[in-house]
Write a protein that binds this ligand. Sequence first.
Ligand SMILES: NC(=O)c1ccc[n+]([C@@H]2O[C@H](COP(=O)([O-])OP(=O)(O)OC[C@H]3O[C@@H](n4cnc5c(N)ncnc54)[C@H](OP(=O)(O)O)[C@@H]3O)[C@@H](O)[C@H]2O)c1
Length: 281
Amino acid sequence: MFEQAVADFCWHAREVVSSGMGLWGWPWGRRGPSGFGSASTAEEVTAGVDASNITAIVTGATNGIGKETARVLALRGAKVIIPARTLESGLKLKESLADEVPSSKVHVMEMDLSCLSSVRDFARSFNSSHKHLNLLINNAGIMACPYQLSKDGIELQFATNHVGHFLLTSLLLDKMKSTAAETGVQGRIINVSSVAHKRSDGTCFELNKLNDKARYKPFIAYAHSKLANILHTNELSRRFQEEGCNLTANSLHPGVIITNIIRYVAGNSNDVASSDLSKKI
Ligand SMILES: NC(=O)c1ccc[n+]([C@@H]2O[C@H](COP(=O)([O-])OP(=O)(O)OC[C@H]3O[C@@H](n4cnc5c(N)ncnc54)[C@H](OP(=O)(O)O)[C@@H]3O)[C@@H](O)[C@H]2O)c1
């Protein structure tokens, strides 16, 4: 297991360093064509943006990348809906955001992405209580956990990272389309994937193999789920263009950031990373 983790880490590091970030650009934060680099913060990237006409849902906002994303969206004036696994963790985040951004418009609701009925309950409740949805950031995720099945009997990483977000997106699409048509503001779906998707060979997409405990490799299962995020994005994008609706679907690799996502690799620590991401994203 340890050797596998080291091999996976080395693969990941090599892939990131040799990816579009440039061989030396990533570690030193060199700026790319956009004017931003790995050392740029979300606040820098959004400086001067007025998002007060935007309603956004950010999944996985109780920790890590999603937490910083929600914070900066709130800072720029967006109404941010946070579907949290527990109301307690969501309300804790809401309180800390209110301290920092007193004008923040944050709504906390409950949702467990690994449970289909919970996703359906969230979508039903959101659709009946909010008029608009401009931005859906499908960010929540788990990585390389030991083999487990979700309540619905689906391998847990695939259930959480892909199936839950797939269902959530499907249930919110009508709201996003009507919002874009009514407001004229282009809607966006962001699927937070990973460069790790390259490790998937696609074999576990055969549904009868997905749950096969004997074949289970934690990082490869993560890679399958992240490839599924991209395939989902690509198909959404194709359909949006075909329909001519004012929505875009986008896949995102966020870079490499030390967050709680490494908890299963780093020995199940409950709080691997409570660091200040505003200085690192
Ligand atoms: N960090 C990196 O270097 C990196 C690299 C590539 C891609 N990514 C991707 O970036 C995304 C965010 O990762 P991160 O690094 O910010 O991880 P993180 O700090 O562990 O945060 C993950 C978030 O997802 C939530 N979550 C997990 N399972 C959930 C479930 N069943 N239902 C609802 N929410 C759930 C967690 O909620 P709790 O607070 O309740 O645990 C937490 O808010 C992931 O999709 C990951 O694959 C990260």
